[in-house]
Write a protein that binds this ligand. Structure first.
Ligand code: S3P
Length: 175
């Protein structure tokens, strides 16, 4: 991809909402990998987990993410890519992110993430203990992949989006 913004972070960190807003501010396209996986398979993520297991979901997610990164790289299109929270647990995805300059982590505390993640149908957000464990397990992974970390604590979506968009513009103009 190398010309776009990649948002990473735990479930409930606001990637999709912030991503759409940032895309609006910058006039870029936005792709949400969860939505893309659902679109391609024609069923919701909860259903993919139920019928194919987490492994089946991860395989679909990996191929979608890698393909989107490759397509964006070829076309040179500037876009916002919001990655599902577990996408970078895949070694190939993690590796590809190394070459991307604008990997932004939306850093959120566990309680806020949990509360926000309750709004949807996320299979991995049902059990509070499992959620907490996953959060701890992945903390370092997110930090390791991020080029920029945005502390989202106490900020609303609009504030976070303005902050991220300003950062992108600043980096772009610095070349
Ligand atoms: C997951 C996060 C979800 C979705 C799936 C699994 C995870 O995306 O990909 O339910 O493993 O963290 P969001 O981070 O957009 O909620």
């Amino acid at each position: 991809m190398a010309s776009g913004l990649i948002l990473i972070g735990f479930m409930g960190s606001g990637k999709s909402a912030v991503g759409s807003r940032v895309a609006q501010i910058l006039g870029w396209n936005m792709v949400d990998t969860d939505e893309q996986v659902e679109k391609e398979l024609g069923i919701p993520i909860s259903e993919i987990f139920r019928t194919r297991g987490e492994k089946g979901f991860r395989q679909a997610e990996q191929s979608v993410v890698i393909r989107l990164l490759e397509e964006a790289e070829k076309s040179g299109a500037q876009m916002v890519l919001s990655l599902g929270g577990g996408a970078l647990t895949n070694a190939e995805v993690y590796e590809r992110l190394q070459a991307e300059p604008l990997v932004v982590l939306l850093d959120t505390d566990l309680d806020t993430a949990f509360d926000r993640a309750q709004g949807g149908q996320r299979p991995l957000a049902r059990d509070p203990e499992g959620f907490k464990e996953l959060y701890r397990e992945r903390e370092e992974l997110y930090r390791g992949a991020a080029k920029i970390i945005v502390d989202t604590r106490g900020k609303d979506i609009h504030e976070i989006a303005s902050e991220v968009a300003a950062m992108v513009e600043e980096r772009k103009s610095a070349g």
